[in-house]
Write a protein that binds this ligand. Structure first.
Ligand code: GDP
Ligand code: IMO
Ligand code: MG
Length: 454
């Protein structure tokens, strides 16, 4: 075993003290659409109730914006709990970590006065190497050539890194960055394998250079590296509460999303046990985050997409440009068939409905309640985790009256305009899960909280 720090060397007093409540419930925040639902804002808002915020999937493909007092923080790998100095912000084993990107984020947050003391990185998280990003880019180019369709990835090397995780012998984990001799030997082998597998694209890989690069970054990360599985279980044993922060979202899930236009990890609650070592039975509340309309970045089916002026208007009002890549997001009406499916596989116990303020000023609001298709006269209210099947679906809408009032200063559900309330009730009834949090603006304070279990 390489000499990594173990949980025994971690700043244990931060989580070992406190009342013992062995089965304290933990909470998960999961995106129920195609990403960018406002998970970062929700996590930041409720983090004070927890002792650690834990990322379990994805990597720097995520972009979670948190706005506090007008200051915007864009988080990619660092959990959104980092803004509270007394919380641990844990990057668990299921995350793929680009060390350069993580340290860039680390330095940016430090420059903004954020303490990084609470950051913990799993020794078993896999490392996104420069060649993973090059392969991601190359694969996308090849898929798009000859009129083909690429996935539209973020080009952050996510797919190739998870592929190496599955290939095993060509994978590098955070612990390897802390053991230079072993790392160098592994990179010699990896570069040999890749030069054969990738041909000219892999022939220029230089193991000595890569090893020096990775060792340097590993040394900077060393104080933060721990066995996060024991760390999280120790916290649970001493009655501490964990908040799991989903990245990407249910409809981008590698198994349950619109395959192949998905990301490469398990993005729902189902990914938490494998991505952290904490069994699902430890998770109590699951907050499903749902944007009041739909957005999607990248390619793939999106039945409710609006390609007209209305779509443009929603994109501008919602500032729908990617936090990670800056790409304009595709937008459309809320797709309740898709959200209900996502709530089902995620086990959502409550809904956080975000960006409701963006819909203000529309005469009417539509919600997709079923799909029709040319192949069948019957409508279906079942989502299909298969892109070809989804492409054939046309949305069947229920139309509700819109609202014109500016709701960005409203702080109680009762004070919302009547038609906004009716829209929320319609969503609750369709999904069968209560809306307990409503976003009326990007700032932490622009939120209506309607009672979460304590
Ligand atoms: P995430 O990836 O799910 O964390 O979401 P992103 O941060 O990528 O995208 C959500 C965007 O909406 C960010 O720019 C947030 O600042 C913003 N946002 C979040 N909640 C609200 C809200 O209730 N109203 C408005 N207008 N913006 C919001
Ligand atoms: P957050 O956590 C929106 C999308 C990409 C692409 C597909 C695969 O901010 O909600 P990848 O780089 O993961 O191989 O790209 O998944 N995607 C996201 N879209 N928000 C995200 O994260 C995303 N993470 C991945 O746009 O379509
Ligand atoms: Mg995002």
């Amino acid at each position: 075993m390489p000499p990594t720090s173990s949980h025994a060397h971690a700043p244990s007093s931060a989580w070992r003290s406190g009342a013992s409540a062995p089965h304290a419930a933990s909470t998960a925040v999961i995106g129920l659409q195609w990403g960018d639902e406002g998970k970062g804002k929700v996590v930041d808002l409720i983090a004070p109730k927890f002792d650690a915020v834990v990322r379990y999937n994805g990597g720097a493909n995520a972009g979670h914006s948190v706005v506090v007092g007008g200051v915007r923080f864009a988080l990619h790998l660092v959990p959104s709990g980092i803004l509270y100095p007394d919380k641990l912000a844990v990057i668990a084993n299921g995350v793929v970590v680009d060390p350069e990107s993580l340290l860039r984020e680390y330095d940016g947050l430090t420059d903004k006065g954020v303490s990084m003391k609470g950051l913990v990185v799993s020794s078993r998280a896999h490392v996104v190497m420069p060649y993973h990003k090059a392969e991601d880019e190359l694969r996308e180019q090849l898929l798009a050539s000859d009129d083909g369709e690429s996935i539209g990835t973020t080009k952050r090397g996510i797919g190739p890194c998870y592929a190496d995780k599955a290939h095993r012998a060509t994978a590098i984990r955070i612990s390897d960055l802390l053991a230079p001799a072993l790392l160098r030997a592994r990179l010699d082998t990896i570069c040999k394998v890749k030069s054969v597998m990738l041909g000219s694209a892999g022939s220029s890989l230089d193991p000595a250079h890569l090893a020096a690069w990775a060792t340097h970054l590993g040394e900077r990360l060393r104080p933060h590296v721990h066995d996060t599985t024991y760390l999280l279980h120790d916290m649970l044993s001493s009655g501490k509460r964990l908040l799991f922060e989903g990245a990407n979202a249910a409809l981008l899930d590698v198994d349950h999303g619109t395959h192949p236009f998905v990301t490469s990890s398990s993005c729902t609650t189902l990914g938490i046990p494998a991505g952290t070592g904490v069994p699902g039975s430890r998770i109590g509340e699951v907050i499903g985050v749902v944007k009041a309309y739909t957005s999607r970045v990248g390619n793939g089916p999106m039945p409710t997409e609006l390609l007209d002026d209305l779509g443009q208007r929603i994109r501008e009002r919602g500032r729908e440009f990617g936090t990670t890549t800056g790409r304009p997001r595709r937008v459309g009406w809320i797709d309740l068939v898709a959200v209900k499916y996502a709530a089902m596989i995620s086990g959502a116990t409550s809904i956080a409905l975000t960006l409701l303020d963006v819909l203000s000023g529309l005469d009417e609001i539509r919600a997709c309640v079923a799909y029709s298709s040319a192949d069948s006269p019957a409508h279906t209210d079942r989502f299909s985790p298969d892109s070809e099947a989804m492409r054939a679906f046309r949305p069947v809408y229920h139309t509700l009256p819109g609202f014109t009032e500016d709701i960005t200063c409203v702080r109680s559900r009762a004070a919302l305009p009547k038609n906004a309330k009716s829209y929320i009730e319609f969503i609750e009834q369709y999904i069968g899960v209560p809306v307990r949090l409503i976003g009326v603006g990007p700032d932490r304070i622009q939120t209506i909280v309607d009672g979460f279990a304590s």
